[in-house]
Design a protein around this ligand. Structure first.
Ligand code: CMX
Ligand code: CO
Length: 146
């Protein structure tokens, strides 16, 4: 049901400097950038590889747009680093429901809008051995205007 690593979310203080580190050090280029006000982030998606299910795997670099956002709070407490992992699925609604029935807290009643028109939800890190875990269904290819 979960078919790939969709992305690894990395919290940073300065998105432009962090993007430049990933470009200069590894040669990864920015595939897409956007501001998601609901999530309180400015983000850059760096595509690492395509996957056999027709999706892709990314690094998601995240700079908070406000201190009281999830990433802003996390950065103040921990400094920069890996903030969450995200699994890709063709059916985020079904995957979330299935995991909820197993007793893991799913943070949203309905999936919300994520990068590039995707639909996302999160599992509480305290129910996932300390890992904030996101579930993602990518937008259909023709709906993605990256
Ligand atoms: N990974 C692991 N543990 C985390 C965590 C993270 N990213 N964020 C918080 N926690 C832990 C804290 O360390 C804390 O543990 P202790 O009580 O042992 O200290 C506990 O969870 C509660 O943390 P908090 O700082 O009080 O934060 P909140 O409870 O207000 O929020 C959470 C935590 C997970 C509910 C919130 O971060 C959230 O809603 N996350 C989902 C949305 C999100 O992360 N959006 C940004 C990314 C957007 C995108 O990927 O597109
Ligand atoms: Co994410």
């Amino acid at each position: 049901m979960l078919t790939r690593i969709d992305h690894i979310g990395i919290a940073c203080f300065d998105l432009d400097k962090t993007v430049e580190f990933y470009r200069a050090t590894y040669g990864f280029e920015v595939f897409h950038t956007e501001v998601n006000e609901e999530q309180g982030v400015r983000e850059a998606m760096l595509k690492i590889n395509e996957t056999s299910d027709g999706g892709a795997s990314y690094l998601q670099l995240l700079e908070p747009t406000r201190e009281d956002s999830a990433v802003g709070k996390w950065l103040a407490k921990n400094g920069e680093g890996v903030h969450h992992i995200a699994f890709g699925t063709a059916d985020v609604d079904g995957a979330a429901e299935d995991i909820r029935r197993k007793g893991v807290r799913v943070l949203y009643d309905e999936p919300r809008r994520g990068s590039m028109g995707s639909r996302i939800t999160f599992l509480h890190p305290k129910d996932c051995h300390g890992v904030l875990t996101e579930l993602v269904t990518a937008a259909p290819p023709d709906a993605t205007d990256h």
